[in-house]
Design a protein around this ligand. Structure first.
Ligand SMILES: Nc1ncnc2c1ncn2[C@@H]1O[C@H](COP(=O)(O)OP(=O)(O)O)[C@@H](O)[C@H]1O
Ligand SMILES: O=C(O)C1=C[C@@H](OP(=O)(O)O)[C@@H](O)[C@H](O)C1
Ligand SMILES: [Mg+2]
Length: 167
């Protein structure tokens, strides 16, 4: 969450000349805001919708921005084995100004609590993220456009292959 997957992924797709898909956007376009889905139907219902969105988004050549929890799903983990996975990280010190709400796993407390929850979730998930990643970029200290340029350059040097994903 708040590593820059959605913002940077869009720029990388534009640079590479491929479609961009954001699994959160695919879900909200059909089912409404994520916060409402969590509140009215629960996280489990969101994960079911998210899994279908991931499966759809990974078809064909594209840059795909996953929601930060998407890779907890075993089928998604298996799917990603066939793709290039770009892990975006952000340091705790840089994340506070990026947490503007709309992420139900972080909402409900003050800004310090949101950072605490973010840190706890990030720490718990990092082994999974790292196990799936082809390459990692830290987004903490540089502008979005520069990071996107670096990722697109990396992808071009890597050459044509399977779809490129951000997670
Ligand atoms: N490198 C960066 N520098 C400054 N702000 C950033 C950077 N990357 C992302 N942000 C900001 O952080 C917020 C979350 O970015 P977003 O792309 O939605 O992250 P994610 O999809 O990983 O949750 C946005 O307001 C975005 O503009
Ligand atoms: O980490 C998570 O479990 C979530 C991350 C969010 O996406 P971003 O990572 O794009 O913020 C969104 O899918 C939902 O709020 C749950
Ligand atoms: Mg996002």
């Amino acid at each position: 969450m708040a590593a820059g997957k959605s913002k940077i992924g869009r720029l990388v797709a534009r640079s590479l000349g491929v479609p961009f898909r954001d699994t959160d956007k695919l879900v909200t376009a059909v089912h409404g805001p994520i916060s409402d889905i969590f509140a009215e139907r629960g996280e489990g219902a969101f994960r079911v919708l998210e899994r279908q969105a991931v499966s759809d988004a990974l078809q064909g050549d594209a840059v795909v921005a996953l929601g930060g929890g998407a890779v907890l799903d075993a089928a998604t983990q298996a799917d990603l084995a066939g793709h290039t996975v770009v892990l975006l990280t952000v340091d705790r010190d840089s994340v506070a100004r990026r947490l503007s709400g709309g992420r139900p796993l972080l909402d409900g407390g003050d800004a310090d609590e949101a950072v605490e929850r973010w840190a706890s979730i990030a720490e718990a998930r990092m082994p999974i993220y790292e196990s799936l990643a082809t390459v990692t970029f830290n987004t903490s200290a540089r502008p979005i456009s520069h990071i996107a340029d670096d990722i697109a350059t990396w992808a071009r040097q890597r050459g044509p292959g399977t779809e490129r994903s951000t997670s």
